[in-house]
Design a protein around this ligand. Structure first.
Ligand SMILES: Cc1ncc(COP(=O)(O)O)c(C=O)c1O
Length: 357
């Protein structure tokens, strides 16, 4: 079967090698006579998967044993709940930088558990740029939360200024896509279905010192302390999803983050160069230092041209380029698994369209 060129923002395309391994494991995992979806979550095979995946996360992020690596249920939004549930209490305030729809949802979730305040926002600019870094934070700030890459609008933090409070990041759409100083964070998390595998699983990496700050009683399944104590197996773990993440981690490790970043830069440059010189297409984010290397958002000159290009793309086996329902236009997601060739093919089609439009 011919594979589509899939530029979806998530669930996103997985590398062929990873899919192949997943299919093999789905019929018979390591000759156990059981599928990966059948092996016990408290058995030796899954323990190995957990240990290897944790070691790879630490290695790829350059982190010591001072960080707990957790695999949790519920994707990104569950982390929107767990972060404030665990870290926001005792009359403290959580500070959030509002850089788009996902930050907004994170803030809304935090407000179920305490005071959450927006310390900087680019909402008035329709999120087509990053907000200013906050110069002041409320007294008694429990943590500052940022979204390192804004999947819907296509902005990304490339430099993270210093903070005096624990910094927590949603890295759902740019984790392990570039060299990055992960030490800067007291905690970071990512839903898996972009650079880390399949939906429903989230990676959460928490500095051990943060666990000492948790005072609110939290149900074990939602508690970072309990999840760390029980090695992410408080209940029946998502064995298949965590195995998919391990395959992605091995794939990233084999390539090396430096090479992954180099290719991600090339892919982004192909598209932004085209957009900056186009008469038909226009980048959503004009300010170059604010642009995402993972999600490239743009519009066409008229709604008719947008529709025509969408139809042309579909006829050429290209899928997943429609903008998010809240943003419109186009969004091309170029996560780690997307090849330079795939991006070049899309760019050729855009050039071709422009010549005839
Ligand atoms: C930056 C970011 N955070 C959070 C989420 C939500 O993830 P989930 O759908 O797993 O809840 C997404 C989903 O695309 C995202 O892009």
């Amino acid at each position: 079967m011919e594979r589509k060129l899939n530029f979806n923002a998530g669930p996103a395309e997985l590398p062929g090698e990873v899919l192949h391994e997943l299919v093999k494991a789905t019929s018979n995992y390591k000759r156990t006579g059981m599928s990966i979806v059948e092996i016990p979550h408290r058995g030796p095979e899954f323990s190995e998967i957990l240990e290897e995946s944790k070691a790879l996360v630490r290695k790829l992020c350059g982190l010591s044993e001072q960080y707990e690596v957790l695999w949790l249920h519920g994707g990104g939004r569950m982390q929107f709940c767990m972060v404030p549930m665990n870290f926001l209490s005792n009359g403290k305030t959580a500070a959030y930088i509002d850089s788009g729809q996902w930050s907004k949802e994170a803030i809304e979730h935090a407000r179920y558990y305490g005071a959450a305040t927006i310390v900087s926002s680019s909402k008035d600019d329709r999120y087509d740029r990053l907000p200013d870094w906050p110069t002041e934070l409320p007294d008694e700030t429990a943590y500052l939360h940022i979204t390192t890459n804004n999947t819907i609008y296509g902005t990304q933090w490339h430099d993270i200024p210093a903070t005096t409070v624990p910094l927590i990041a949603d890295m759902s759409s740019d984790i392990l896509s570039r060299e990055h100083n992960y030490h800067r964070y007291s905690m970071f998390y990512a839903t898996a279905q972009k650079n880390l595998g399949v939906a429903g699983v989230a990676l959460a990496v928490v500095h051990k010192s943060m666990l000492d700050k948790i005072v609110r009683p939290v149900p074990p399944i939602m508690s970072y302390i309990e999840q760390a104590r029980q090695n992410s197996v408080v209940n029946t773990a998502n064995v298949h999803g965590i195995y998919a993440a391990l395959l992605m981690l091995r794939w990233i490790n084999e390539r090396g983050i430096v090479n992954i970043e180099r290719d991600n830069r090339k892919k982004a440059a192909i598209l932004y160069d085209l957009l900056d010189n186009s008469r038909v297409f226009k980048p959503y984010v004009a300010d170059k230092p604010h642009r995402s290397m993972m999600n490239v958002c743009f519009t066409a000159a008229t709604p008719e041209l947008e529709q025509q290009f969408m139809t042309l793309a579909e006829r050429n086996n290209i899928t997943g380029i429609a903008g998010h329902r809240t943003a419109g236009g186009f969004r091309v997601s170029i996560y780690n698994a997307i090849t330079i060739d795939a991006v070049a093919t899309l760019a050729d089609l855009m050039h071709q369209f422009e010549r005839t439009a």
